[in-house]
Design a protein around this ligand. Structure first.
Ligand code: KG4
Ligand code: ZN
Length: 478
């Protein structure tokens, strides 16, 4: 996540600075840049508290100077420099700058290649600019003449969240609005499809209007309208589809039908660049899949659940324990206080597939047996036992998949990605691959994820007709 640098980031930034430059900026200099320099803004790209890169801009009326850009050593040549550069250029442009200027050592080939890729041109050479006698290039890029970035308005309504978000093709976020119906469905112990559709109808216009208002944009600024075409509840999907199609038809915009799970995968691009081939472990209320992703258009399901989805199993087990819907977060919390006490068998499933219904039945039998014997169930211990077996299966199969398929990154996606124990197990077990764990706020359904995926559809001009049908059980391979 790229954000303004704070004093707490100093230690890390200074360490990167010292290992990157022969004449590094001092700690005092950075403090001055943050606190006292009115024309300067320093941004850092942070993942799980780790600073990956940083960049400093000085704003001077219609011009701005890129005074610093650096990427931590182990993250170089992985797209982070470009990511920071794009961010700085679009930020400067939004602030009304017309040009961005910088100086670079003529021997610094890596930096030169990044700047040239970003559109910078050499204006002149400054002979003996550096203390050691090295020359510098003055480089400039025009920001105003640059093309308007294409913007996507996206709608998500596949289950019990009504949401709308606006992003541009470089993943700058303009707005993201979500309303959840979870409190209403919790009263019934699960999502009631008919209730969900009606609530989407009530919410959708307000949500779309709020997203446009928050972004300070009108439909004239939007290049394409995206929506979740599947999978999901058919009635819920219809509401989002009709809203998106009406907007697209009325304002004559192309329409993009996004696969919901691709949204859960691509939202991670807001955090860091995705590197292909990539493995995705998709874990949600409706899906448990291992997906091999060759490039942003080629998805292959190499393992799937033979019965219940993992989220569904969590919800059902919570119900057996008389706990509220959705059960995932409840079991996550209960298991934290649990210990090894109950024994549940690990389901045996061949290959890369999963199965959770046997495990769910084992929980049911255990509760029945203990209740008949007059024992009270220790919910913490039961939640612990269920979760350890269920999550071990996810981790073991993912390991197996990565042995069979060479991948550069592994991404966790879907509602169950919010599970604290699963995140811990993934971090412990996958240390030698680029592991991507979505921040918690992106794990629940939202429209930002649909917008992030839609950027790829737009890039490949993959549009749908105004009469496209919603697909409640659409496969990610479609
Ligand atoms: O992706 P999602 O929001 O909706 C679907 O597309 O299915 O996933 C919802 C599922 C629910 O089954 C919910 O119980 C589960 O994600 N979930 C969790 C946690 N938070 C949500 N499961 C385990 N631990 C959690 N912390
Ligand atoms: Zn979802």
């Amino acid at each position: 996540m790229i954000e303004l640098m704070k004093v707490e980031d100093l230690d890390q930034v200074v360490a990167i600075e010292n290992s990157s430059f022969s004449r590094p900026w001092s700690r005092k200099y950075f403090i001055n840049e943050i606190n006292n320099n009115d024309v300067s803004e320093i941004y850092v790209d942070i993942e799980d508290g780790e600073v990956i890169s940083y960049g400093d801009l000085w704003y001077m009326f219609e011009n701005c100077d890129l005074t610093k850009i650096a990427v931590k050593k182990e993250y170089r040549h992985k797209g982070y420099g470009e990511r920071m550069m794009k961010f700085l250029m679009s930020t400067a442009k939004r602030k009304g700058c017309e040009f961005m200027h910088l100086e670079v050592n003529t021997f610094n080939k890596d930096a030169l290649s990044l700047y040239e890729k970003s559109g910078f041109e050499i204006m002149r050479t400054r002979r003996g600019y550096y203390e050691n006698g090295d020359d510098a290039y003055d480089m400039v890029v025009g920001l105003i003449g640059s093309r308007e970035l294409k913007k996507i308005l996206a709608i998500e309504s596949s289950c019990d969240e009504t949401a709308c978000a606006i992003v541009d093709e470089e993943l700058n976020v303009y707005s993201s609005v979500v309303t959840s119906q979870i409190d209403v469905h919790a009263r019934f112990g699960g999502v009631i499809p008919e209730v969900a559709s009606r609530m989407h109808v009530e919410q959708i216009s307000t949500i779309v209007k709020s997203a446009l208002d928050q972004a300070k944009l009108s439909m004239d600024d939007i290049t394409a309208v995206a929506y979740t075409i599947g999978p999901g509840l058919i009635g819920s999907l219809h509401v989002g589809a009709i809203a998106a199609k009406s907007l697209a038809f009325f304002y004559q915009k192309p329409l993009i039908g996004v696969h919901h799970l691709k949204g859960h995968i691509f939202i991670n691009e807001l955090i860091k660049p995705l590197r292909y081939p990539m493995m995705a472990l998709v874990v949600s209320g409706g899906h448990t899949e291992l997906v091999y992703i060759e490039d942003d258009q080629t998805f292959k399901i190499i393992g799937t659940t033979l019965d219940d989805a993992i989220g569904e199993a969590y919800d059902k087990v919570a119900r057996v324990m008389n706990e509220a819907y959705p059960g995932g977060p409840v079991i996550d919390r209960l298991a934290k206080e649990g210990k090894e006490h109950y024994q549940l068998p690990m389901p045996k499933v061949d290959g890369l597939d999963f199965s959770f219904s046997g495990l769910k039945n084992s929980v049911l039998q255990l509760v029945k047996k203990e209740t008949e014997a007059g024992n009270t169930i220790n919910k913490n211990d039961l939640a612990y036992a269920f979760q350890e077996v269920a999550l071990k299966m996810l981790v073991n199969k993912t390991k197996k998949a990565l042995e069979e398929y060479q991948c550069k990154s592994l991404v966790l996606a879907g509602g169950v990605a919010a599970n604290s124990r699963l995140r811990e197990m993934m971090s412990e077990n996958f240390t030698d691959i680029d592991l991507i764990l979505p921040p918690l706020k992106y794990c629940t359904d939202n429209a930002l994820m649909i917008a992030c995926a839609a950027v790829h559809y737009l890039r490949h001009e993959k549009f749908v007709d105004y009469d496209a049908s919603s697909m409640p059980s659409m496969s990610i391979e479609d």
